[in-house]
Structures are given as C-alpha cells and as structure tokens.
Design a protein around this ligand. Structure first.
Ligand code: FES
Length: 350
C-alpha cells in the first residue's frame, strides 16, 4: 500500500474523513489545538491514548499510528500513553507521505522501528548506509573469511637436457698408468733441467777461475822471503852452553853460546845438513844435532861426528849491532874445513 492508500483507509475507518481524492492533512496546529497539559491528560488514560481506530482524528494521528492502523493493529507507541505536552498530536502530512513508502504497507504486520522499515524498503539488493552498531552486528554474524596461506606451486620436473650425466667410472689401472706417466715426465724434466743447471754452473765457475788467473798475471811474481839480516837479542840473554832454537823455523839458524877451541863464543849455525841438505834437530837430552834423513850427528859446536855428512855445519856472520843486540847476516857463510871459523865475523866473543 502506498501512503495515500494508507491515509485513505485510515480516513474511512475514521468515518467521513476520507474522500475519493486524498487531501494533504493540515498541520496538527490547524486541525486541532494541542490539549492543555493537565493532570488528567498526563495520566495514562485508555480513552485519550487510543489510536485513530479508536476515535482519534486522522489529522491528529502520527505516522506510526497511521501505519499501525494500515496494518490492522495498534502499535505499542500508539497504545502507550503519551504525554500530551511532550509530543504534538500530529505531524505535517507531507512528512508522513515521504516517510511511508509503498513497500512499507506490504511488510508483515508487527511492531517495527523506523530503521527496520527503511531497511525493508531498501531491500537486500540495495544496502544503504548502516550505523556502527549494525556494522558490528553484521561482522559478528558473518566474520571475514580467513585468508589462506598461499602455498608455492610444486617445482616443475627438470628436463632431460638439464640433467647432469654421472661421471663414467675410471679404471684404476688406467689411472695408475696416467700417474706413472706424469711422474716419468716430471723426472725427465727435472733431470734435463738439473743437467743444464749443472752445466751452466760449471761453465760459470770455469769462467770465473779463468778471469782470476788472467788477473794474477797482471801482477809481478814476488817471492816473500825473510830478511837476510836480523837481530836475535842481547848477548846477556844467552846462558853458557845454551842452544836457542826459536829462530830455526823462521830464519833457519841456531844461536849457540859455547866454546870453540877454548874460547867462549856466540855464533849462528845454519840448520842444513851438509850431507844432502836435510834439516837436523837439536836433541837437548843428547846435547847434539841429529839429522833425521841419514842419521848424521853434530856436536854443539857444529862438528860432525857420526853419519854420512862429510863436513861440519856452516856459520852465518854475526856481530853486535849499534843498539847492542846480536845481528845475524845470512848473506855471509863461514866453513870450518877451510879455516873460516877463525874469522872474527863468524862469532862474537863473550
Ligand atoms: Fe843429513 Fe843425509 S842429509 S845425513
């Protein structure tokens, strides 16, 4: 039912208020003045609180009352006593027309609030704006579906061309032969390289020796010999009968303080055997010179007395130098067999 039909039905029930053409209801202030707030009106009175069906004028009915009358029952709001001072008796008819759509009349009969009526008028296919409480209730009724955890698709099978062929089995004998060949090649290389290294090293050493020998020829060949004139100390340093051998190794001479033909002398004997030129030794225990080559023996004064030597030892010239020391001159020799030991230069008297 449309709002006009609802209003017409209400007027018909009211008895004479309706017509063929519904007229917009006059404002409540014009249709009926609001009742005075009295004690009797504020009390819940069944006669005063009855809806339009029980005698209320159509112009003084509220939209809810008119809807309830259209449904054929009295709403709680209409049945409940209302204070006359708080709520006006009627609302503008135009507002009532707009608030009651035609679909409202087709709703099932029963108490409904304005939100329910509007929701029914909108229908399920056209949801409109909803309140927060309604949104919470909807969320409880139909919670959001849980998001399933995405799962990775299975790996595709590896193609044949990408598969690595297993390494062929290597024969142990073949591997051993390969290792032996490698070792032989390494040994041969080492031998060849070692031979080359030895050859080049020998060549380098030979070249160095040749260069050194050539350089040696650039210098004169000098024979380093001891001087022929040298000093052997003071005469007081020699005891009677003493044979000093410390100059034998360096100068080849013995310094002897002894007597010859009853005269005490200091003389220098050459340490060379008169047989074949060997070097005799002084034997202090036997008080003689002894040649190790053929056994010739000499007395302390140099006279040979045994062995193959044919003559006595020879003397060097000796004298007292300016500084008082004994000076030996090997450039001059004195032989006993020719009487040279009698020369004053062959001895120093003490
Ligand atoms: Fe001295 Fe023959 S060399 S005894």
């Amino acid at each position: 039912m449309s709002v006009e039909e609802v209003l017409a039905a209400c007027r018909q029930q009211d008895g004479g208020g309706g017509g063929a053409v519904p007229e917009p209801p006059a404002p409540a202030a014009q249709a009926a003045p609001p009742p005075e707030p009295t004690a009797a009106a504020s009390k819940p009175a069944a006669s005063a609180a009855k809806p339009a069906a029980s005698g209320k004028k159509p112009g003084a009915m509220s939209v809810a009352d008119m809807l309830a009358a259209a449904r054929g029952e009295v709403s709680d709001d209409a049945a409940a006593p209302k204070p006359a001072g708080k709520k006006p008796a009627a609302k503008p008819a135009a507002k009532t027309k707009a608030a009651a759509p035609a679909a409202e009349a087709k709703q099932p009969v029963g108490p409904k609030d304005t939100m329910s009526i509007l929701a029914a008028a909108r229908g399920a296919a056209k949801p409109g704006p909803i309140s927060k409480a309604e949104a919470a209730a909807r969320a409880k009724e139909s919670p959001a579906p849980k998001k399933e955890k995405p799962t990775a698709p299975p790996m595709p099978a590896k193609p044949d061309y990408a598969k690595v062929a297993p390494a062929p089995a290597v024969d142990q004998a073949e591997r051993r032969g390969f290792l032996v060949a490698c070792a032989a090649i390494f040994a041969g290389t080492f031998f060849v390289t070692s031979s080359l290294a030895i050859g080049f090293s020998s060549l380098a050493v030979t070249s160095l020796l040749w260069v050194l020998g050539t350089a040696r020829f650039m210098f004169p060949n000098i024979l380093a010999e001891p001087p022929t004139v040298f000093t052997v100390g003071f005469p007081d340093e020699y005891a009677p009968g003493q044979v000093v051998t410390k100059f034998k190794a360096q100068f080849g001479v013995w310094i002897v303080r002894y007597e010859y033909e009853g005269q005490a002398q200091i003389y220098a004997l050459e340490s060379v055997c008169t047989h074949l030129g060997c070097t005799p030794n002084w034997l202090d225990g036997e008080q003689k010179f002894k040649c190790p080559c053929h056994g010739t023996g000499y007395y302390k004064d140099g006279i040979n007395f045994e062995g193959p030597a044919p003559r006595p030892l020879e003397r060097f010239a000796i004298r007292v130098a300016d500084d008082g020391q004994l000076e030996v001159d090997k450039s001059r020799k004195f032989k006993e067999e020719v009487g040279q030991w009698a020369d004053l230069a062959s001895y120093v008297s003490v």
